[in-house]
Write a protein that binds this ligand. Structure first.
Ligand code: KG4
Ligand code: ZN
Length: 339
């Protein structure tokens, strides 16, 4: 089965052609970073207009790169939520039109399921059940993944997502948007233990997260630090490194705790923040002593992409779950609501 996967949930227009939910023939992503950069974050109205401009060329490019025409496609997979309503609508209505015109089945996909299943685009895949932590700009959650379509959320952020914390702190530090990769780069020159920023572990057994206190703490620190920067002995890189370490300490501790609770030896970390090399290194280090194996999709499968949506849609269509044309987008779409 050749699936055309489409994702327009936030600020990337993406389309991919994937064979049997495993082999990528093409995976095209049109990033809107330059458009939103001056605004310090995604502007929903601008994002949906940009998706409208790009959806057709991106899909055409995905088909051309795959060497396929619509006649070679067996089904469509499209993200219906969670995400920005105006952005989601562009992808969904484009997919509906393609489905109608070409007489193809369509599968509505939960974006979070796409991130969870992105690991199946790699050669080396875990066996069910495994723990998956999705860390992105919009989400930070831990799931017990029992099988395809069978997910139990064990924890989630109570306020900001981890990527959102990176983006907000980058803005405070004057590093621009998006912040994750810039902070990671700057942090390489800094000391991780220079400033003892707070780690919100919440209660002992909690697998929930909270990053807004950390962001406020960095903001307050910067306000004082600015006046005495020269003789403070603390560099901007030290602040970036200490902030990043505070986020990573909590992410690593909680995902390994979840693996211990479920007695599983496989952990997948996906989503944009999973591109972070310090996080990958720390996870590997801390997991090795516990006999836990960490699986990461490569960076281009971690950030939003159409291929991961094709994987999830393929599974749905394989099980006979064709979505009806009346389907609508959902700005909030808890993973438990997948039927
Ligand atoms: O998964 P994604 O592409 O989009 C969402 O679904 O949100 O993730 C984007 C997020 C942004 O917040 C970005 O700052 C963060 O992932 N990110 C990183 C890194 N690369 C991207 N965070 C930390 N370190 C990185 N290297
Ligand atoms: Zn995402």
């Amino acid at each position: 089965m050749n699936i055309l996967g489409i994702d327009t949930s936030c600020d990337d227009t993406s389309a991919a052609v994937v064979v049997e939910g495993r082999k990528i023939l093409s995976n095209i992503v049109h990033s809107q970073v330059k458009l939103h950069h001056p605004h310090g974050g995604v502007v929903p109205e601008l994002a949906s207009r940009e998706h409208l401009r790009n959806i057709m060329p991106v899909v055409q490019e995905a088909l051309a790169k795959a060497g396929t025409g619509m006649g070679d496609i067996d089904g469509l997979a499209v993200t219906v939520g969670p995400g920005l309503v105006g952005s989601l609508l562009v992808g969904l209505y484009y997919a509906k039109a393609m489905s109608y015109v070409n007489g193809l089945p369509m599968a509505a996909v939960n974006h979070l399921e796409g991130h969870i299943l992105s690991i199946f685009l790699e050669e080396d895949v875990p066996e069910f059940p495994f723990i998956c932590m999705t860390v992105s700009g919009g989400h930070t959650s831990i799931y017990n993944v029992k099988g395809y379509g069978d997910y139990l959320q064990m924890g989630q952020t109570l306020d900001d997502a981890a990527g959102e914390a990176f983006d907000k702190v980058a803005k405070i530090l004057g590093l621009g948007y998006p912040g994750g990769a810039v902070i990671e780069k700057l942090a390489r020159q800094g000391k991780v233990d220079k400033i003892d920023f707070p780690r919100a572990f919440l209660s002992k057994d909690s697998l929930d997260f909270s990053f807004s206190g950390l962001k406020t703490s960095v903001s307050l620190f910067i306000r004082k630090w600015k006046d005495k920067e020269a003789d403070s002995g603390v560099s901007l890189a030290d602040i970036a490194a200490s902030f990043q370490e505070a986020v990573i300490d909590v992410l690593v501790a909680k995902v390994l705790k979840a693996a211990g609770m479920m007695k599983t030896d496989s952990v997948v970390v996906a989503g944009g923040v999973a591109c972070n090399n310090r996080l990958r290194k720390r996870l590997k280090q801390d997991a090795s002593g516990k006999g836990i194996r960490i699986y990461h999709p490569r960076p281009s499968y971690c950030t939003d992409n159409g291929a991961m949506i094709a994987v999830a849609g393929y599974r749905r269509l394989l099980e006979g779950h064709e979505t009806e044309m009346s389907v609508d987008v959902r700005s909030k779409y808890p993973i438990e609501d997948i039927d």
